[in-house]
Write a protein that binds this ligand. Structure first.
Ligand SMILES: CC(C)(COP(=O)(O)OP(=O)(O)OC[C@H]1O[C@@H](n2cnc3c(N)ncnc32)[C@H](O)[C@@H]1OP(=O)(O)O)[C@@H](O)C(=O)NCCC(=O)NCCS
Length: 134
């Protein structure tokens, strides 16, 4: 768990309280998936079911040196598989409006921008909501 928290603090702009990670894992372990290389954690995804038939991806991060090697895609695909098993039909997430690589990444995986949320983040930045039906 420590490695995931460290990776999150290095790669994600938002600050998450360490206790949240335990909460996410205990609430929906199937949606807390890590990628390892040589016994080191190089990426992770965290998502939770919300309302019936919906899930939300809360975090996705790949270590900077390991990007563009399809690792994020594999984590996302595994998450979608677990979600399907839980009868989830819709996936949603928020992304910073200036995070072009993440927006491109999610669009490649069939997510569409559905909304813009003003001042969504702790630092006042705006978010796009992106959604996909599975
Ligand atoms: C977004 C992120 C998770 C992508 O992970 P990744 O493992 O590098 O992505 P993949 O290698 O699976 O990429 C799949 C496709 O997404 C798109 N994509 C990914 N990174 C991209 C970039 N930097 N620029 C443009 N398109 C990109 C491409 O279409 C790519 O396919 P291709 O490599 O064949 O062109 C990663 O860049 C990351 O950790 N970013 C920082 C954290 C973050 O922004 N998280 C998301 C918001 S919570």
């Amino acid at each position: 768990m420590f490695s995931v928290i460290k990776l999150a603090s290095e790669t994600l702009t938002e600050n998450y309280s360490p206790s949240l990670f335990n909460y996410f894992y205990e609430t929906f372990p199937q949606g807390f998936i890590v990628a390892e290389k040589h016994h080191k954690i190089i990426g992770f995804i965290v998502g939770l079911p919300i309302r019936s038939e919906n899930a939300r991806i809360l975090m996705l991060s790949i270590s900077e040196s390991q990007r563009r090697q399809n690792i994020g895609s594999k984590l996302l695909e595994q998450f979608l598989k677990e979600a399907t098993l839980q009868n989830i039909k819709n996936i949603e997430l928020e992304v910073r409006t200036d995070n072009n690589k993440a927006i491109k990444f999610y669009q490649k995986h069939g997510f569409d921008i559905t909304e813009k949320l003003s001042k969504f983040y702790q630092n006042g930045e705006d978010a796009y909501t992106m959604k996909k039906t599975i």
